[in-house]
Design a protein around this ligand. Structure first.
Ligand SMILES: NC(=O)c1ccc[n+]([C@@H]2O[C@H](COP(=O)([O-])OP(=O)(O)OC[C@H]3O[C@@H](n4cnc5c(N)ncnc54)[C@H](OP(=O)(O)O)[C@@H]3O)[C@@H](O)[C@H]2O)c1
Length: 295
């Protein structure tokens, strides 16, 4: 069974839980059955929490090898264990390669492709990213500016450069970048983060256009509000403030976005979902959302 077929059978189950319209569901399953890919089974994620961890687990459940990359070794090991459990539960064989690396460190990023332990890369999910604070321009610290740009932009660009070189040699592969609604709609108190995500959107758009004469696909996923460690990091460890960000509404989960990422990755080779904007039902833009009034 090919990578895509395994992926298809797994996510068609997920899709049927999500889609209520029978015809839409049938169409989706039909498309999934027609997926064909002869590519080997490996993916890289910059992750150990949130969206990335959920994505890694879902790819593992579908039988893909996974490469996990983030800074915290203990958390990476925990996600690796979740992936092993996903292989066992789904009856698939798979390998997990763990690469502790800091996307801010160019040398560390430069060495990633030498640590794949024999796996061939098919899909790069550029997920590592963060926001710090809500300070307005003039009050943002130099350190916060640098951490956000180094991680969300420079790290992503450097890793993508080395991966694209490999993909071009094989004329295949897929790059999935995590942008954000913040990249298309800037908001007060998010100047640096919004600027980094706008950079991701511009970079993804240029890459898409540069690779138009190849089989390499480029997709950008732009989530709205997703409850992960994202807001805890934003508020520098203040969990109450982070939780309050989602009060009175049901935000997306890491698993919601993971499903979209795996779905995008499992389209037939000639289909490229170039862009996907995903909101929870009560969010309509970066700043417009509806919250149930407190009783
Ligand atoms: N949550 C949202 O509402 C939301 C909305 C739109 C877009 N996004 C984007 O989605 C992506 C994932 O965010 P999330 O919500 O899953 O947040 P999260 O739970 O905080 O996860 C962020 C991940 O990035 C890794 N990371 C951070 N800095 C890194 C570095 N310098 N080097 C390597 N890895 C690093 C973290 O691991 P370590 O700390 O161990 O390195 C962690 O695994 C980000 O790009 C974010 O901007 C999130």
């Amino acid at each position: 069974m090919t990578f895509s077929t395994r992926l298809a059978s797994r996510i068609s189950g997920m899709a049927s839980r999500r889609l209520t319209a029978a015809t839409a569901n049938n169409q989706l399953q039909l498309q999934l059955r027609h997926m064909a890919s002869k590519t080997p089974n490996s993916s890289v994620f910059n992750t150990n929490h949130g969206i990335g961890a959920a994505t890694a687990e879902l790819f593992a459940r579908a039988g893909s090898n996974v490469v996990l990359l983030a800074r915290r070794r203990a958390a990476l090991d925990q996600v690796a264990e979740q992936c092993q459990q996903a292989y066992a539960e789904s009856g698939h064989d798979g390998r997990v390669v763990v690469i502790p690396a800091d996307m801010q460190d160019r040398k560390s990023v430069g060495g990633v492709l030498d640590q794949l332990d024999g796996l061939t890369l098919d899909i790069l999910v550029n997920n590592a990213g963060l926001v710090r604070g809500r300070e307005h321009v003039g009050d943002v610290t130099d350190e916060d500016i640098e951490v956000m740009f180094q991680t969300n932009v420079f790290g992503l660009i450097h890793l993508t450069q080395s991966v694209v070189r490999e993909f071009k040699k094989r004329n295949q592969g897929m790059i999935i970048n995590l942008g954000s609604v913040a990249g298309i709609e800037p908001y007060a108190g998010g100047s640096i983060y919004c600027a980094t995500k706008a950079a991701v959107t511009a970079f993804s758009g240029s890459l898409l256009r540069e690779l138009v004469n190849t089989n390499i696909r480029v997709a950008e996923i732009q989530p709205g509000m997703v409850e992960t460690e994202f807001s805890v990091v934003r508020y520098r460890g203040d969990k109450d403030r982070a939780t309050n960000e989602y009060s009175g509404m049901t935000p997306l989960t890491g698993a919601d976005i993971a499903e979209q990422i795996v779905w995008v990755a499992s389209r037939p080779a000639h289909v490229n979902i170039a862009n996907m904007l995903i909101f929870p039902v009560n969010q309509a833009s970066a700043t417009i959302n509806w919250r149930k009034p407190q009783e």
